[in-house]
Design a protein around this ligand. Structure first.
Ligand code: ADP
Ligand code: MG
Length: 617
C-alpha cells in the first residue's frame, strides 16, 4: 500500500473550493452576500459568458482596510464571528470565512477596496497563490472581479453547462437576492446588457414588479401575520392566478432564500378547494424565526432547510396565507374590452330590434344612455332567448330603470382566521337584492346585485353548495326504499371494501356481499337512488390512488357526490331554481370556487361598464 501523505496545499484548497464554488451562480451568491453583509445600499453585478469568463461585483459597503485584505483570502478568515457562542446567533449571510479563499483558489481575482480611511487597496491573486498588494485611489466600497473561473481545474470546467444556462442560474440568484432585499438597489448586467434594475426604495411590491413582471405583481394579496414569535409577511397570488408549476414560490427565512417542503405543503393546504387542481400558488414569503427558538438546519451553500419544529412553521405559513385569502376573497372581475364592441355594431343593432321590437323605440332608449347589458360582451350577445321567458321582459325593465345612486358594496371587516367576521343581525333591508336576469348557453346564470352584473356557472355553483352541505353534515343520509346491490370490477370492489368506514362517514351505509358485490343501504340525502351504481364506481376510482389520509378520502367522496348530484351545464333548469342558486351564491361569500377550484362566478361592475361605454373616464 502507498504511504500516507498530506495533500499539497493547492490541491486541498481546490477540493475545499468545490464545496463552495460549484458554478458561476454560487460565486455570485457568495460575493453579493458579502456586499450585503458589508452594509451596501447599491450593488452592481456584471457577468460575461454566463460568468465563466468574468464576474464583477461592485458595492458601496464598508470596504476592507488595507492591512486586512490578504487575511480575508485565507481559509477560515472572517470578520463575522469572534467567539464560539456567536455561532448560535449568526445573523449575517455568509459566515464560514471561506468564500474568498475558495473562489480565489479556482480563478483569477482582483479586489479593489477602500474603507474610506485614506487611499484604497488593489489586491490581485491567481489560483490562490502569490497575492499582490498595491495602493489605488478609489471610493469607499469594494469591486471584486473574478475571471476565468476553473481555469486551473479542467475537470470542474467540464461540468459547467452552456453559458446561457450558467447565466440564467446567475440571474435566478440575483432575482432572489433582490427580492429578499428591497432596500438595496441592484443592477444586473449580462454581456453588456442591463437585465435587471431595482430601485432600493424598500418596497417589496416594487421589486416584485421589476423581477417578476407587471402581470404577476397585479395578482397579489398581501400577507402579514405572526404566530408564536414566527413572523410571516409578503405576497401570495389570488387563487385564480395560480401557476402550472412552483417556479413562482419564493420563501426567505430570516432574509435568506430557502426551499422547504413544509412551507410548500402549508401553502398548498391554504389554497385547498380554491386553486385549480394541478396548479400551484405563487408566493413570496418572508419568514422570520427567532434565531434561538427554532433550530434551523440549513447548509450555507445549499438551500434546502429543515426545522426542529416543522409543525410550528407549517402552522404559521398555513394560517398566514389562509387569513390573507379569507380577507381578500372577491370574485374575479371581467373587464370589458373596447375593441370587441366596435367589431360588433351589427350585433348591437340586431339586439335593438330583437329586444324592443321597433327601431324607433329602441333608439329612444339608447339615447337615454342607460347602461345596456345586452351589448356588453360575447357571452350575452348569444343569450338563448327561448330558454328563459324572463329574459326579454327583464332587460326591458333594466333598460327603463333609472340609474340608482351607487350603493357601496358591503365591506367585509378584516377576517381573523376561520372565524367569520362577526356579522351583525341581518335585516331584510341589509340583505343585498339579487335579481335574476336570465341564463346563457344553458350554463351561465346572469344576475344583478348592487352595482354589478354576475355570470354564474350553474354547475360549479351548485356543486360547491352541495359539497359544503356534505362537508358540514347538513345533508344527512336517506334510507333507500330497497337496498341497492352493486356489482363492481375486482379493483373497484377491493377499494370500496377497504373503505367502508369512510363511506359510512360520508353517508353511504355499504355492506360487503362478497364476490365483487356490495349492497348500499343509505346514500347522502341529495343523491338520487338511481345513481348508486355509477356513484360507487366513481368513488372507487377516486379512492384508488394510494397514500391519501382519511380526511382527503372523505373529501374525494364529497366531490364525487356533489358533482354527480349538481345540475349540469347544458341541462334545462327552471328560472326559479336558477334564481335561487344565484341568490345563494351572491349572498354567500364562501361560494367563490367549485370544489375543483374553478371560479363559480365572474363579476362585471357597473363602473367598468360605464367606463367601457365612455360614460365615465
Ligand atoms: P465570510 O463572509 O464568511 O466572513 P468570506 O471569505 O466571504 O468569509 O469573506 C472574508 C471577509 O472579507 C469577510 O468576513 C469580510 O470581512 C471581508 N469582505 C469580503 N467581501 C467584502 C465586501 N464586499 N465588503 C467588505 N468586506 C468584505
Ligand atoms: Mg462571505
Amino acid at each position: 500500500m502507498n504511504a500516507i501523505k498530506l495533500l499539497p496545499k493547492s490541491v486541498a484548497e481546490k477540493i475545499a473550493a468545490g464545496e463552495v464554488v460549484e458554478r458561476p451562480a454560487s460565486v455570485v451568491k457568495e460575493l453579493v452576500e458579502n456586499s450585503i453583509d458589508a452594509g451596501a445600499k447599491r450593488i452592481t453585478v456584471e457577468i460575461e459568458r454566463g460568468g465563466v469568463s468574468l464576474i464583477r461585483v461592485t458595492d458601496d459597503g464598508c470596504g476592507i482596510a488595507a492591512e486586512d485584505v490578504p487575511t480575508a483570502f485565507l481559509r477560515h478568515a472572517t470578520s463575522k464571528i469572534k467567539v464560539e457562542n456567536d455561532l448560535d446567533s449568526i445573523a449575517t449571510l455568509g459566515f464560514r470565512g471561506e468564500a474568498l479563499a475558495a473562489i480565489s483558489a479556482v480563478s483569477k481575482v482582483q479586489l479593489i477596496t477602500s474603507d474610506g480611511n485614506g487611499i484604497g487597496t488593489v489586491f490581485s491573486i491567481e489560483g490562490g497563490e502569490n497575492g499582490q498588494l498595491d495602493e489605488i485611489g478609489c471610493a469607499k466600497g469594494t469591486i471584486i472581479s473574478v475571471s476565468e473561473l476553473f481555469y486551473n481545474v479542467p475537470a470542474r470546467m467540464k461540468f459547467l453547462k452552456k453559458d446561457v444556462s450558467e447565466g440564467n442560474a446567475v440571474a435566478a440568484v440575483i432575482d432572489r437576492l433582490a427580492l429578499s432585499h428591497p432596500d438595496i438597489a441592484f443592477v444586473f448586467i449580462r454581456d453588456g446588457k442591463r437585465t435587471l434594475v431595482t430601485s432600493g426604495d424598500g418596497k417589496l411590491l416594487n421589486v416584485i414588479y421589476n423581477v417578476l413582471g407587471r402581470d404577476f405583481a397585479s395578482s397579489l394579496i398581501e400577507v402579514n401575520y405572526e404566530l408564536s414569535g414566527i413572523k410571516v409577511s409578503g405576497y401570495i397570488c389570488k387563487p385564480i392566478a395560480c401557476r402550472p408549476n412552483r417556479n413562482y414560490q419564493f420563501m426567505f427565512l430570516n432574509g435568506r432564500f430557502v426551499k422547504s417542503g413544509t412551507a410548500a405543503a402549508a401553502l398548498d393546504n391554504a389554497y385547498k378547494n380554491s386553486a385549480m387542481i394541478g396548479k400551484y400558488p405563487a408566493a413570496l414569503l418572508n419568514v422570520y424565526v427567532p434565531f434561538d427558538s427554532v433550530d434551523v438546519n440549513v447548509h450555507p451553500a445549499k438551500t434546502e432547510v429543515r426545522f426542529s419544529d416543522e409543525k410550528k412553521i407549517f402552522d404559521s405559513i398555513y394560517f398566514a396565507c389562509k387569513s390573507a385569502l379569507a380577507a381578500a376573497d372577491t370574485r374575479p372581475e371581467i373587464v370589458p374590452q373596447r375593441p370587441y364592441v366596435k367589431a360588433n355594431k351589427a350585433a348591437i343593432n340586431e339586439y335593438k330590434q330583437l329586444l324592443i321590437g321597433t327601431a324607433a323605440e329602441s333608439d329612444k332608449l339608447f339615447e337615454k344612455n342607460v347602461p345596456h347589458p345586452a351589448s356588453e360582451n360575447k357571452v350575452q350577445s348569444n343569450v338563448d332567448f327561448n330558454d328563459s321567458g324572463l329574459f326579454i321582459a327583464d332587460v326591458k325593465e333594466y333598460l327603463n330603470a333609472t340609474v340608482e345612486p351607487s350603493k357601496a358594496q358591503p365591506q367585509t371587516p378584516p377576517a381573523t382566521i376561520f372565524e367569520k367576521p362577526a356579522t351583525h343581525k341581518e335585516t331584510e333591508e341589509d340583505k343585498p337584492q339579487v335579481r335574476f336576469i336570465g341564463e346563457a348557453f344553458r350554463t351561465y346564470i346572469i344576475a344583478e346585485m348592487n352595482d354589478s352584473i354576475y355570470l354564474i356557472d350553474k354547475h360549479a355553483a351548485h356543486e360547491r353548495i352541495l359539497f359544503e352541505q356534505l362537508k358540514n353534515r347538513k345533508a344527512g343520509s336517506q334510507l333507500l326504499i330497497s337496498p341497492v346491490s352493486v356489482t363492481l370490477t375486482k379493483n373497484e370492489y377491493e377499494t370500496i371494501v377497504s373503505n367502508l368506514p369512510v363511506l359510512l362517514d360520508a353517508g353511504f351505509e355499504t355492506e360487503d356481499f362478497g364476490n365483487g358485490v356490495v349492497v348500499v343501504r343509505t346514500v347522502p340525502a341529495n343523491l338520487s337512488g338511481e345513481d348508486v351504481g355509477d356513484m360507487m364506481s366513481d368513488i372507487a376510482d377516486s379512492l384508488s390512488s394510494k397514500g391519501k389520509v382519511e380526511l382527503e378520502r372523505l373529501e374525494e367522496i364529497y366531490h364525487r357526490v356533489a358533482c354527480r348530484s349538481a345540475i349540469k351545464a347544458g341541462n334545462t333548469s327552471s328560472a326559479l331554481e336558477l334564481s335561487r342558486l344565484a341568490e345563494r351564491v351572491l349572498t354567500n361569500n364562501d361560494i367563490l370556487y367549485c370544489p375543483h377550484g374553478r371560479p363559480v362566478a365572474f363579476e362585471i361592475s357597473r363602473r367598468n361598464l360605464e367606463k367601457h361605454f365612455g360614460r365615465i373616464q
